[in-house]
Design a protein around this ligand. Structure first.
Ligand code: KQY
Length: 366
């Protein structure tokens, strides 16, 4: 693996959309007792179910600390490849590389700077040294050259359409706890250079109470070029209403990189959901880690699904809303098999199925 001094855009690389062909997917194994309740056992079962669902469609690799190899092997599907890989937590979307491809069959990766979603100003844990090394390790294992981007960012903060457009939020990428020395124009320039896009569509705030400072991957994503899905509630009294309403207005005014207006599909939000007393009591509250309390509103969203080859792995979060959400997903993705996987245990840790996975795009020759 070489570390390159140029940028993906300058070298003719771009980040493919998630709905383009994939070579596989990466995950990490959860174990932090201050983020996952009951020593992470229920979260591990949920991660294993996600890995099993992905394995129905494409290869899945899981990074595991050496100490937890036996445990992970006993819970993960036989098809999952296990790799010894240290990390501080298990959010592969955010600590893994963002893969980019060119048209000559090459694949490389972008290694963003990671500060645990805010560093000393709102970060979710006090040491993130191992997390910041994950992308480099994955790229070495994939045999892919690496770009080290001069931007504090996480994979969950961006979505692309593969045709030159990036979606993100101001709440996250313009947050002073990420890149206080950079202007909006400079952040946008880095996105264009490292994702190979030419247009950035900025939404405002992310999902209510999202501890990542409003990742786009809870709020809105591309279905295909020219079409997006937006988390939605019709309840004007819910704080999410104004957030989604404002996002809708911006999306309706936006043009993508090809000059198209966007068609916006609404996806009902779960709940609102909150953490129960029993769930909060199962988490070891340690100094320096993010406090989790009974009654906390959870950043629940059905947008946090993963697209895989021929399929879509969707979070099941609320029996009163899961059916409607799956019906919408099947309508807007008619050519994919939509598989629901229970995801509350992942949500209790602050994210969803998209947050714990990172797709590896197929190499392309055209
Ligand atoms: O939204 C994501 N991509 C990750 C969520 C991370 C939550 C950390 N507790």
């Amino acid at each position: 693996m070489r570390t390159l001094k140029s940028t993906p855009a300058a070298d003719g690389f771009r980040m493919p959309a998630e709905f383009e062909a994939q070579a596989g997917c990466w995950m990490l194994w959860p174990q932090r007792p201050d983020n996952w309740r009951r020593e992470a056992a229920p979260a591990q079962a949920a991660f294993a179910a996600v890995a099993a669902a992905i394995a129905r469609f494409e290869p899945v690799s899981v990074g595991v600390s050496r100490a937890r190899l036996t445990e992970a092997r006993s819970m993960l599907p036989a098809a999952a490849r296990l790799v010894v890989l240290g990390s501080d937590d298990a959010w592969m979307r955010d600590v893994g590389p963002t893969f980019v491809v060119d048209t000559h069959g090459q694949r490389r990766g972008v290694d963003w700077r990671f500060n645990a979603w805010g560093g000393k100003c709102g970060g979710l844990y006090s040491s993130w040294r191992r997390d910041d090394r994950v992308a480099r390790r994955v790229l070495a294992l994939e045999g892919a050259d690496r770009y080290r981007a001069p931007l504090v960012m996480e994979g969950g903060a961006i979505h692309v359409d593969g045709e030159g457009t990036c979606l993100t939020t101001e709440e996250c990428l313009l947050n002073p706890n990420r890149n206080p020395h950079l202007t909006r124009e400079q952040v946008q320039r880095h996105l264009c250079d490292y994702l190979g896009v030419s247009t950035v569509i900025w939404l405002g705030r992310g999902v209510y109470k999202d501890e990542t400072d409003g990742h786009i991957d809870e709020l809105c994503c591309f279905v295909r070029p020219g079409e997006v899905l937006l988390t939605w509630t019709d309840d004007r009294a819910d704080p999410q209403y104004d957030i989604s309403r404002e996002a809708l207005e911006r999306l309706q005014q936006a043009r993508d990189a090809r000059g198209r207006r966007l068609q916006v599909h609404k996806l009902i939000q779960p709940g609102p959901l909150t953490m129960t007393r029993e769930e909060a009591d199962g988490i070891r509250q340690l100094a320096g880690s993010h406090p989790r309390r009974a009654g906390d509103r959870l950043p629940a969203s059905y947008i946090n699904f993963l697209i895989v080859n021929g399929g879509l792995i969707a979070p099941l979060l609320d029996p009163r809303r899961d059916g409607a959400a799956l019906a919408t997903l099947r309508r807007v993705f008619p050519d994919r098999q939509v598989v629901g996987v229970p995801a509350r245990e992942i949500l209790l840790g602050g994210g969803g199925i998209h947050c714990i996975t990172q797709q590896v795009p197929a190499m392309q020759r055209c």
